[in-house]
Design a protein around this ligand. Structure first.
Ligand code: GLY
Ligand code: MN
Ligand code: MN
Length: 440
C-alpha cells in the first residue's frame, strides 16, 4: 500500500485523540521455535496498520499534532554483517525515506529518546499489559518525564487502551482494506475449490494442506492468516485441529479451514466435502442443516442488525435441523435455552475479520450488542461436530464434523459474501469431488 494510506490513518488517529494525543506501538516479539530457529515473524497488526513497517523490533510513536515530529520510528539499524544472514533492513535512513518517519532512531536508543517523544502529551494510546518489556520501556519514559516537572515538562495524564480509539478505526474497513480482503478472499476461494478437486483417499491431510497453500503462494499471497486446519474423518470434529497428519480414507469428510493473507489482511474460509466421492446419507443430512443455518445467518448481516442476531439466527436453525434429522430430541426453544445443543455446537457463529483473523473491535461497546454498519467484515461459520463417543449420539452420525464459513462485508445494500466463489452447494461440491464415484 502507498505510504499516504498510513499517513492518513495516523492523521485520523490524531483527529480521534484530539489535541495532545500520542500513541506508542510495539511490533510483535520474535519467538524461539527450537534451538536457534525462530517462528516465522509477522508484525503486530496495530503497528502495521499505522506504518506499513514489517521488520521485527520496531516501535512507532505518533504525535499527530506535533509541528515537526508527528511520526517517529525506532528500527533495527543497517548492519551489513547481520544483513548477510537475515536480509536487508530499512534502517534509520529507510524509515525516513520510505516509511514517512519524521524522525528515526536505532531501537537501542529507545530508552534515551522515548521520553522526549512523549513529553507534554495529554492522552496516550498504549496497550498496557501485553508485553512486560514494552511496559517497562514506556513506564521508564513516564518516570523520566515525571522527574522533569520543575522544568515545566510532564508525562501524559491519561493512558487509553487501543480498543475504543484505534480498534474502532480498524473495525470499519476503508476501500483499500476491502480491496485487500477481496484479493485474500479470491485467492482463498480458488484454493479451496482446487482442494475439492484434488483430494483423494490415500493422500494425507498435510498433502492437501500443501496443495492448498501452493495455490495461495502461486496467486501472490506470501503467508496464511492462521495455521491451516485440515481435518479428515473424526478430526473434522476438533475445532482447531492443526496436526494435519492423518491418511484420508474412502468415505471421509474433509474439513478445511484456511485463509490466505493479502497485504496483511486475511480471509477465513471453511469448506467441508467428501474426499473423492459423494456425501453419504448422514453426512448429507448434517451438511444440509449447517448450510441452511449459514444461509439464514448471512441474510441477517445487514446494517442496523445487532451483531448477536447473526449467531441467534444460525443457532435457531441448527437446533431445528438437529431435531429434524434426529441428532437432538425435544422442543427447539427448550434446547436453545438449556444449551443441550452445545455438545454438537460449542462455538459462536461470527467474529470480526481484518488484519487479524479474530479481528479487533468491541462486540458490546456499551453493554449491548453492536449494530452492524457498512464497512464491517465478519465471518459466518456455523457447524455441527459429533465427536466419537459423544453420549446419546446416534451411531450413524458419530465422527461427522461439518463447518461452513464465509467472509461477509456489510454494505448499504445488504450482505456481500466476499468468499462466494468457494463452492458450498452439494451439487457444486460433488461435481468437483466425485468424478462419478458413489458412496454408501
Ligand atoms: N480459523 C479460525 C476461525 O474460524 O475462527
Ligand atoms: Mn473464523
Ligand atoms: Mn476459520
Amino acid at each position: 500500500m502507498e505510504p499516504s494510506v498510513f499517513r492518513e490513518r495516523r492523521d485520523e488517529l490524531g483527529r480521534r485523540l484530539g489535541p495532545g494525543g500520542a500513541g506508542v506501538f510495539f511490533t510483535a516479539r520474535e519467538a524461539r521455535r527450537n534451538g536457534d530457529v525462530d517462528h516465522e515473524f509477522r508484525g503486530s497488526s496495530d503497528l502495521v496498520y499505522l506504518t506499513g513497517f514489517e521488520e521485527p523490533e520496531a516501535v512507532a510513536v505518533v504525535r499527530p499534532d506535533s509541528p515537526d515530529q508527528r511520526f517517529t520510528l525506532f528500527v533495527r539499524p543497517r548492519d551489513p554483517a547481520q544483513e548477510t544472514w537475515t536480509g536487508e533492513r530499512a534502517g534509520v535512513e529507510g524509515a525516513r525515506a520510505h516509511f514517512g518517519a519524521d524522525a528515526a532512531f536505532p531501537v537501542a536508543d529507545l530508552e534515551k529518546e522515548l521520553p522526549a517523544c512523549l513529553a507534554n502529551a495529554r492522552r496516550l494510546v498504549y496497550a498496557v499489559g501485553r508485553d512486560d518489556e514494552a511496559d517497562r520501556a514506556v513506564f521508564r519514559a513516564l518516570a523520566a518525564l515525571r522527574g522533569k516537572a520543575r522544568a515545566g515538562i510532564r508525562p501524559p495524564t491519561e493512558i487509553h487502551d487501543p480498543e475504543p480509539i484505534l480498534h474502532e478505526m480498524r473495525l470499519r474497513k476503508r476501500p483499500e482494506e476491502v480491496a485487500a480482503l477481496r484479493r485474500a478472499a479470491a485467492v482463498t476461494a480458488e484454493a479451496h475449490a482446487a482442494a475439492m478437486r484434488e483430494a483423494r483417499p490415500g493422500m494425507h491431510e498435510y498433502d492437501v494442506q500443501a496443495l492448498l497453500e501452493l495455490r495461495f503462494r502461486r496467486a501472490g499471497s506470501p503467508r496464511n492468516g492462521y495455521p491451516s486446519i485440515v481435518g479428515s474423518g473424526p478430526n473434522a470434529t476438533t475445532l482447531h485441529y492443526t496436526a494435519n497428519r492423518r491418511r484420508l480414507e474412502p468415505g471421509d469428510l474433509l474439513l478445511i479451514d484456511a485463509g490466505a493473507e493479502w497485504d496483511f489482511y486475511t480471509a477465513d474460509v471453511t469448506r467441508t466435502f467428501p474426499v473423492g466421492g459423494r456425501f453419504t446419507r448422514p453426512q448429507r443430512a448434517v451438511y444440509e442443516v449447517v448450510l441452511g443455518a449459514q444461509e439464514r445467518a448471512i441474510a441477517e448481516c445487514r446494517a442496523g442488525v445487532p451483531f448477536d442476531r447473526v449467531h441467534e439466527t444460525a443457532l435457531r436453525a441448527l437446533v431445528e435441523g438437529m431435531v429434524r434429522i434426529g441428532l437432538l430430541s425435544g422442543e427447539p426453544e427448550a434446547i436453545v435455552k438449556d444449551e443441550s445443543y452445545k455438545k454438537y455446537y460449542m462455538h459462536r457463529t461470527s467474529h470480526w475479520l481484518g488484519l487479524d483473523v479474530h479481528d479487533v473491535g468491541a462486540y458490546r461497546p456499551e453493554g449491548a450488542w453492536r449494530p452492524l454498519e457498512p464497512g464491517m467484515v465478519l465471518t459466518v461459520e456455523p457447524g455441527i461436530y459429533v465427536r466419537p463417543g459423544t453420549e446419546g449420539a446416534p451411531p450413524e452420525f458419530e465422527g461427522i464434523g461439518v463447518r461452513i464459513e464465509d467472509d461477509v462485508l456489510v454494505t448499504g445494500d445488504g450482505p456481500e459474501v466476499l468468499t462466494a466463489a468457494a463452492p458450498k452447494r452439494i451439487e457444486e461440491i460433488e461435481r468437483l469431488t466425485a468424478g462419478g464415484v458413489t458412496s454408501a
